[in-house]
Design a protein around this ligand. Sequence first.
Ligand code: GLN
Length: 493
Amino acid sequence: MSELTQLTLAEARDGLKARKFSSAEITRAYIAAIEAARPLNAFILETPEKALEMAAASDARLAKGDGGPLEGVPLGIKDLYCTRDVQTTAASRILTGFVPPYESTVTSHLWRDGAVMLGKLNLDEFAMGSANETSAFGPVISPWRVAGSDVKLVPGGSSGGSAAAVAAHLCAAATATDTGGSIRQPAAFTGTVGIKPTYGRCSRWGIVAFASSLDQAGPIARTIEDAALMLQSMAGHDPMDTTCADLPVPDYRAAAGRGVKGLKIGIPEEYRVDGMSGEILALWNRTADYLKDAGAEVVPVSLPHTRYALPAYYIVAPAECSSNLARYDGVRYGLRVPGKDIIDMYEKTRAAGFGREVRRRILIGTYVLSAGYYDAYYERARKVRTLIKRDFEDVYASGVHAVLTPATPTAAFPVGESARQTDPVEMYLNDVFTVTVNMAGLPGLSVPGGFDSRGLPLGMQLIGRPFDEETLFAAGQVIENAVGRVRYPEKWW
Ligand code: GLN
């Protein structure tokens, strides 16, 4: 592994500015690492030529003493973000051959700030999944393994390619998206940092839609500082997305250094769910102690509607997905399978283009939105969503600044594990700690909290007040300082 790929994003950025190495050099180092890591299947498309072209342009700017805040830094892009003139698949066969004529707002912010694109990262099909096993391009393999074992582990999902690539040092940082945990859960499984900002902090324009009222963009990175630098660039108002907030973007990197003195951190009782491992429980207590030692006050809080969040999410998200995915009809984008008439063409295209999990979600969504069941399912789920949001509002109104929970109920599990393959609900249970945050539209950050007895990373989650990502970075930095920087696995692939 090249030295240059070992640098954090912040270190790379500073080294580039000081002209210790060029963007072409660090980009070539990452291209070599990506080529050597094909067994992990983290990338759907590698774009080395584009990367070297962008790196040359960055070097020219740096030579003149110009350059943006991410000038010359190589990144990976989740293949849910439309990239102009570069194939975008959402990991689905139905988008075969789709080359967007436009750039997503978030990626255009990154290029504006000088970043270099290494390629498009693998994910669960249309971001539906928790293990990156539903991709039409095959599963992503985590760089992590249990010591002495060659069992392949999942990197989490849906942003599995992003998390695996960051942990395996195939990019300095990556974009990701989170509808029900897809940034935080893979970050937790791979010992990386992931933040889902407040709904509306980043523009959704040009990101392939899954469930529009829940989807948010965010970064996966190796450190809190790197995540802060990434979000700084990704965030910001965009008139192309009416749900994108017209608010200034604070200085997140500065916020990360604020500490937690005087902050009140809530510990919700309801997150002590059945089946959670003792190790995670112990880690949760230890993390609360880190925050206490740094001057925070830790208080018990109650979020009484937590247990309804998962079932409500698995109604709201499929409902929105069934309506968003109606556009893939063989006429406007990607794949078309000819039929004897237009209806036959639609049916054949959709049957061939969508994988099993996506079809399941479309069927559930269509069912819960159908005339006879709309009130019984969708309306009720919407009401539950309001109650979940109110739970958090009450906690924050009592003076709590952020809530601390585990990010996932377990560490990473093996690829192809049968129970999760045959029973989709088993897989959905992974999202039990993360979906509440999307349902309430709040910011959530996952930071490495430590390791289980087998040496696999575990993540802790911080949930904040609306548009207060700053407190999450501040508390996340305290945790990162206490835990120490993660040592990523040695290359075995
Ligand atoms: N695992 C969740 C799901 O399958 C969340 C996915 C996501 O956040 N995109 O819906």
